[in-house]
Design a protein around this ligand. Structure first.
Ligand code: FAD
Ligand code: FES
Length: 353
């Protein structure tokens, strides 16, 4: 059995046991100690913390997200760091009003459907062996069979469906999880090991400003969860979804959102956008072009952005030009191994969301 060490989280003084092969973040999230994190793969730097006492192994932390001088100064990435002794860390444990965090747990899931919904895009529906509580927008870590690797996928189901998970997965050519498994050998009836919920990208129910949701590609998944949750609740919130793709064959779930917009005209607006094709059913342009033309200002709104990192970064800049502050913008970048190797996923410590 792996040795466990005691991890003390300051400034709250909470203690948790962590195995020597377990990331410290994982031990904390499973014990109900919530610490800020985003990618959980050592790429973005969101989980950076000070090691006040004790020894850690930095594991697979990217050398861009955790630079050599930071390691020398006693910082670590909690999503990759494993303990080598009893450890005291200083985490950024600030509470957020109106937010309940749910502990991470393990699940066994069975594939109940697998559909090609657009070019190189699959919808996977899974039945879980127990209820999963989460905030809409959060994601799961999926274990890829046979190689000890995990990949992260956002949930598109509402929290009101605690046993049935919907994932949207885009194929990455040569990708271990997608090309090598999900688009190759995965079948209905297969069992999958999962853990969750993870992530700080989720809908803030306490914020009553109108929300602008911008989704590129499978960045639609967490938006679908958020929209479902808001529209099935009695929250009197308004949402507008800008969904983007290059061509019509890459687009999916258009009928689903069009029907919601028809049923909830006072609460939900839908703007599907195609950038590389003209089509009578879509606005022409990138989501950002269309949003820019639609709205001179977004003052008084909140923004939720999700999808490929370059799109999310460009959307962040546009929303700030439209008079939103970083504190009004929540983002999820679908970072992958290339971003980790190239350092393109590192986030400014000034951007807390
Ligand atoms: C929080 C979060 C949520 C996400 N949610 C979703 C979602 O809902 N849907 C979705 O489709 N995706 C999502 N992703 C992306 C997903 O987790 C995977 O990264 C993606 O599916 C690719 O995985 P893969 O194993 O197929 O590819 P990988 O094997 O990880 O390869 C990805 C790319 O990196 C390149 N690469 C691999 N290793 C290196 C290296 N050492 N140097 C340089 N390049 C390298 C590969 O050639 C390939 O182009 C999310 C990511 C994050 C961080
Ligand atoms: S959450 Fe640890 S580096 Fe991204």
């Amino acid at each position: 059995m792996a040795t466990s060490y005691r991890v003390t989280v300051e400034p709250v003084g909470k203690e948790v046991l962590c195995r020597e092969d377990q990331p410290i973040l994982d031990a904390c999230l499973r014990a109900g100690i919530w610490l800020p994190h985003s990618c959980t793969h050592g790429t973005c730097g969101t989980c950076k913390a000070e090691v006040l006492d004790g020894e850690v192994d930095h594991g697979g932390s990217s050398s861009f997200a955790l630079m050599d001088f930071e390691r020398d100064e006693g910082r670590t990435l909690l999503c990759c760091a494993t303990p080598r002794s009893d450890v005291t860390i200083e985490g950024d444990v600030e509470e957020e009003e109106g937010v309940e965090h749910f502990p991470v747990r393990d699940f066994t899931a069975t594939v109940v459907s697998l559909d090609d919904v657009a070019t190189d895009t699959r919808r996977i529906v899974l039945d879980l062996d127990s209820d999963l509580e989460f905030n809409p927008g959060q994601y799961l870590q999926v274990s890829v069979p046979g190689n000890g690797v995990t990949r992260t996928y956002s949930m598109a189901n509402s929290p009101s469906e605690p046993r049935r998970v919907e994932l949207h997965v885009r194929r990455t050519p040569g990708g271990v999880a997608t090309d090598g498994w999900i688009f190759a050998t995965l079948q209905i009836g297969d069992e999958i090991a999962l853990a969750g919920p993870y992530g700080k990208f989720f809908y803030r129910e306490a914020r009553d400003e109108p929300a602008v949701l911008i989704a590129g590609g499978t960045g639609l998944a967490p938006m679908k969860s958020i929209i479902r949750r808001v529209l099935e609740s009695d929250l009197r919130r308004t949402l507008v979804l800008y969904q983007g793709a290059r061509t019509a064959d890459q687009f999916y779930d258009r009928d689903f959102f069009a029907a919601l917009a028809k049923d909830h005209p006072d609460r939900f607006e839908y703007r599907p956008c195609l950038s590389d094709e003209e089509h009578p059913d879509f606005a022409h342009g990138t989501v950002l072009d269309v949003l820019d033309a639609d709205r001179p200002t977004l003052s008084g709104h909140v923004g939720y952005l999700c999808g490929p990192p370059p799109m999310v970064e460009a959307a962040m800049k546009l929303l700030m030009r439209k008079r939103l502050f970083p504190r009004d913008i929540y983002r999820e970048d679908f970072l992958d191994e290339r971003d980790k190797a190239q350092g393109s996923g590192v986030r400014s410590p000034l951007l807390k969301r």
